[in-house]
Ligand binder design. Sequence first.
Ligand SMILES: Cc1cc2nc3c(=O)[nH]c(=O)nc-3n(C[C@H](O)[C@H](O)[C@H](O)COP(=O)(O)OP(=O)(O)OC[C@H]3O[C@@H](n4cnc5c(N)ncnc54)[C@H](O)[C@@H]3O)c2cc1C
Length: 465
Amino acid sequence: MDYDMLVIGSGPSGRRAAVQSAKLGKSVLVVDRGRRLGGVSVHTGTIPSKTLRETVLNLSGWRERGFYGRGYRVKQDISISDLVDRLHKTLDHEVEVLQHQFMRNTVRSARAAVKFLTPNKVSLTADNGDYSEVGFANALIAVGTRPHRPADVPFDRKRVFDSDEMLELHHLPRTLTVIGAGVIGVEYATIFSALDVPVTLVEPRNTILDFIDREIVDDFIHQMRDRGMTIRLGSTVKEIASKPDHAEVTLADGRTIRSEMVLYAAGRTGNVASLGLDAVGIEADARGRIKVDPQTFQTSVPNIYASGDVIGFPSLASTSMEQGRVAACHAFGVNLPPPPESFPYGIYAVPEISTVGLSEEQVRESGAAYEVGLARFRETSRGHIMGVSSGFLKLLFSVETRRLLGAHIVGEGATELIHIGQAVINLGGTVDFFVNNTFNYPTLAEAYKIAGLDAWNRMGQGKLD
Ligand SMILES: Cc1cc2nc3c(=O)[nH]c(=O)nc-3n(C[C@H](O)[C@H](O)[C@H](O)COP(=O)(O)OP(=O)(O)OC[C@H]3O[C@@H](n4cnc5c(N)ncnc54)[C@H](O)[C@@H]3O)c2cc1C
């Protein structure tokens, strides 16, 4: 065999699996067909959208508007180059860190498209046509996904874009329609809205973000509407047309929406078409997702693993990394404890949402008696200092065991703050943790104390020993 581990794809999952395999003393080759290492996460997904968000919040003065009013701006005329400059610097740095990490760990990498020939051999085809074959003991398919592009949507990089193409805009849209209120859709819609671009968000279903606690989503929708975004739920798109000076979206109920640009963000498809999965007998579903054993990440072929977005939900960089590590450990016989049940989910919209554990709907469905503790950020001294006027933390506790069942946040710092809830849930902590412990003051984290006390007051009989 040429390599102990062949990793296909250099996104978060492939990267983590490669480094873990190398740390175990194994020979590793990472092959990616992209121009640079890093995958969707570095080049078109997580890092670019988060960099864009950070730049927009900084230059627009968004975080200061609670004090100085909605008309406040740090930079008056924000252009696309203001946004893109910072993006390129961040991406270059990410790639450099990744290359250095591979070098330090003697992980080899190659640029080529990979195709399976047998369960122990692949072909590599470079852009210039160079062809070679590589043998491996284990392989990890970490090829990720690409935007779903229905044939009847006129993508033209001028009026109608997918989420990859949004990073190549030549100028900021004067008006924007976003189709699809999934995580990617709401992130971009709210980022552009924070730049004062009038945004219409269209979603065929009557609800959005169904895996998130309803009270959090209701508040989020209220905040979007409050700042002038138009949200059309239950609206099916019949046609999208690209006209010379605008784009036109026709809804099934006959209404039309005109805007300068349209972002179509309705789902993603696994990159499996050219992988030659037939040659090894691995099947993918209609959206290009591969089925794996959820504990080991083995496909139907035991020495071939799959992880990251190509195996479907939750399709996060964070979970993809962990899946890659677990797959590599399994391949080389390292026993790991079962993973904690709860992991955090972050939505970097404006405002942020983050959640861990059970939603109130799930707790109610389980039939268990529960109590809720709530803290509004504007009730905290840190919130006053920051001029925060919205956002809250919601905690759910079991009345019987007093344990924390779920933590849900909408507002400033949500994706950082959630890890306190995650630690308490996964360590089996109770409401008494929040009541008995001292929190730094003034912090937004103090909201945990306030929400804990809120629930404790109603639950009574706290064990304050
Ligand atoms: C706009 C956007 C925002 C996001 N924001 C977040 C966020 O805030 N937080 C978060 O946790 N997640 C976020 N995600 C999701 C995150 O980017 C993905 O979960 C993550 O990138 C998946 O990693 P992966 O390892 O599956 O591979 P990917 O990052 O998808 O990379 C796959 C790689 O495989 C390569 N490849 C594909 N086919 C072949 C082949 N045949 N041969 C060789 N190479 C191949 C590709 O070139 C690519 O480089 C976001 C995604 C998008 C699109």
